[in-house]
Write a protein that binds this ligand. Structure first.
Ligand code: ATP
Length: 242
């Protein structure tokens, strides 16, 4: 049975400054359960696109639907529930550094109003999942970069989101820690979550060779086959393509 589209972008444009489009006519469908790498050089608009999926930025033109709903037309009261359906991992972790691992992972569960018993059992299961159960009481600032990213991943999936977004999740990690984080992302995907990883680093693709690859170039999305034939050649030796 064919999967249904979970994320649909129709003619999306985004500019921060009038007349300077970061995205200009971006069309994309991401199916439920896909693992997608969003590729593009620095400044291509990858983070901007992820922020739009989170609802932190709105398109200047066009529409983004998630599960059939235009996420930029949600009523104020529906926004928190929508945000809980999307988990996000950042390059710089964005943890509360002085607070413990368990506290950081518990935060989204508490914010969602989960009862204390469920928060405790869920935090325990999440820390087991990322292999940090023995560090539950450790302040995050005393962890390695790889461990911090595993905490951030546990926090991102705490409320069982439909979608996991990751913005250069291994950008601050060594190859070994990167492999562990990518393995965990794959495990999240294997549980049915749709995963979108934005990166400019082609070596990340080796961790999940079967994943779909979409490039952003000059404000438009291209599937990898299309991108390599129509874009890479023209950009050889030029700026802005990796
Ligand atoms: N809040 C903002 N105000 C103005 N310009 C912005 C803002 N956020 C991003 N930009 C600009 O939009 C463009 C795309 O930025 P974005 O961060 O989305 O790119 P990226 O592909 O994620 O790059 P990187 O890999 O370096 O993070 C850049 O030129 C950036 O300077």
């Amino acid at each position: 049975m064919a999967s249904l589209p979970l994320i649909q972008c129709f003619h999306v444009a985004k500019s921060y400054v009038a007349g300077e489009d970061i995205l200009r006519d971006a069309n994309l469908q991401i199916l439920k359960g896909e693992f997608l790498f969003l590729m593009g050089p620095s400044g291509a608009g990858k983070s901007t696109f992820l922020k739009m999926l989170l609802g932190l930025e709105a398109p200047t033109r066009g529409h983004i639907l998630v599960d059939g709903r235009n996420i930029h037309r949600l009523s104020r009261k529906d926004i928190p529930a929508y945000r809980r359906t999307v988990g996000m991992v950042f390059q710089d972790f964005k943890l509360l550094p002085r607070d413990s691992v368990a506290y950081n992972v518990a935060l989204p569960l508490v914010a969602a109003g989960r009862p204390p018993g469920l928060v405790r059992s869920k935090v325990k299961a999440l820390l087991q999942f990322v292999g940090l159960e023995k560090k539950a009481g450790t302040p995050c600032c005393r962890l390695s970069g790889g461990e911090q990213q595993r905490v951030a991943l546990a926090r991102a999936v705490a409320n069982d989101p439909w979608i996991l977004l990751a913005d250069e999740p291994t950008g601050n990690l060594d190859p070994c820690a990167s492999a562990v984080v990518m393995e965990l992302m794959k495990a999240v995907h294997d549980r049915g979550t749709t995963v979108v990883v934005a990166t400019h680093d082609p070596s990340l693709l080796e961790h999940i060779p079967e994943a779909r690859r979409v490039h952003i170039h000059e404000g438009v999305f291209y599937e990898e086959a299309e991108a390599s034939s129509t874009v890479c050649a023209s950009a050889l030796g030029g700026p802005g393509w990796d």
